[in-house]
Each structure stands twice: as structure tokens, then as C-alpha cells.
Design a binder for this molecule. Sequence first.
Ligand SMILES: Nc1ncnc2c1ncn2[C@@H]1O[C@H](COP(=O)(O)OP(=O)(O)OP(=O)(O)O)[C@@H](O)[C@H]1O
Length: 215
Amino acid sequence: MTAVLEARDLTFAYRRGAPPVIDGLTHAFAPGALTTVTGPSGSGKSTLLYVLALMLRPTSGQVRWDDDDASALPDAARARLRAGHAGFVFQDAVLDPARTILDNVREAALFAGMPDDDARERALELCDRFGVGHRVDHRPGEISGGQAQRVALCRALLTRPRVVFGDEPTGNLDGASARIVWDALRAHARAGATVVVATHDERLADESDERVVLS
Ligand SMILES: Nc1ncnc2c1ncn2[C@@H]1O[C@H](COP(=O)(O)OP(=O)(O)OP(=O)(O)O)[C@@H](O)[C@H]1O
């Protein structure tokens, strides 16, 4: 099967002539699988996610999406691919404090061309599913950190993206909240998406379908 997302001899350095942070990585990230990226602090886990998500351009090699060299596309085309097909969950929820929970979740639809009514319905369904349905009219300052992270998860899954990136998505959470976020990401993978999660949590990494270990 064609991989949705593939790193091919991927190298990335933040500055010309600096030692590469990613050095010749080749890996096909299988659809239907949750792949964890692990490795010591500073080994390049976040950097790899940003390169795979087309936010940073490789120094050499390719990031292929659906068998095209997506990393070589112009900025606008890369941004369109990201907005249309990818979701993100970071260690901190990064919600807009001025907008309600519902509007924060619906934001993802704006850039993906999802009709407003569908977005609202799906946002409410996700908020209910992840236990923040009673908070949709509140602002981020009025909910807990664990709830905020579940809101970020709802936002990431809103458009049913084919690729989801998580950068330490459970890093700030207690065990129960971490489990909810992890299980949701795994379920999204089982539904066919390609899910790539950077984590320090070896116990969660042991449960992943595939692993990329950086050194
Ligand atoms: N914007 C940047 N400019 C220059 N160097 C950077 C930049 N961001 C990260 N680095 C360097 O790149 C290397 C990899 O950083 P990265 O954040 O990807 O690692 P990580 O494995 O995610 O680390 P951690 O587990 O601590 O979050 C580190 O040496 C870091 O100092």
C-alpha cells in the first residue's frame, strides 16, 4: 500500500553547515498506525514533526505525502495540504483565550473548507465525547489544563484529518487524561489515519503500533 506519509533520506539542519538534527531518516508512516517518535531530549523529535508536517523544509531528502514530494512544494501549497489534511496536538493546548471552547474547536474548519453546520455539529459531538460538552460556551481561562488539552484534541480531529501529529500531547496531563488523549489518537489511527506522536512516555510508546527512535 502507498504510504500517506514518508520520510525519504531526510536531513534537516537549522543552519547551513551546522550538524544535522535529522540525519538521513527513511521511514514510511503507515496509515492505520500510531507511530511514536522517541529519543532523548534534543534528539530532534519536535523538529522531525515540523518537517513531516511541512512547516520546515528539509535540508535534503524528501517528505512525501501520497507519493508526491510535498516538501518541495511552494509555501502556499504546503500550507493548503496541512490545513486540508492534518491535525495537530501540542503539549500545551494553545487555545485562543478570547473565544469560546466551541469556536476554538470550530476554527480548524475555516481553513479546511468544512461547511459551518457540519463543523458545529461535529465540534459538539467531539466535545461531548471527550467530556467538555458542558463547557462549550466557556472561555479557555475557565477550564482546567486537562480539559483544555481535550479541547485541543477535539480541534485536531474536527475535520477527520488523514494525518495527525502530536508533540508530547500527554506531557502535561495526569494519568487519566493522558489515557483519554492517547486512546483517542489511537482510535483515530485505527479508523485509517496516519498518526505520529513524539513522546517521552516509554509506557505509551510501548503500546504504539510502530516506533521511530532518534538518538
Ligand atoms: N529554532 C531552532 N533553531 C536552532 N536550533 C534549534 C531550534 N529548535 C530546536 N533546535 C535544536 O535542535 C535540536 C533538536 O531539538 P528538538 O526540539 O527537535 O528536540 P526534541 O527531541 O523534541 O527535544 P525535547 O525532548 O527536549 O522536546 C536541539 O539541539 C535544539 O537545541
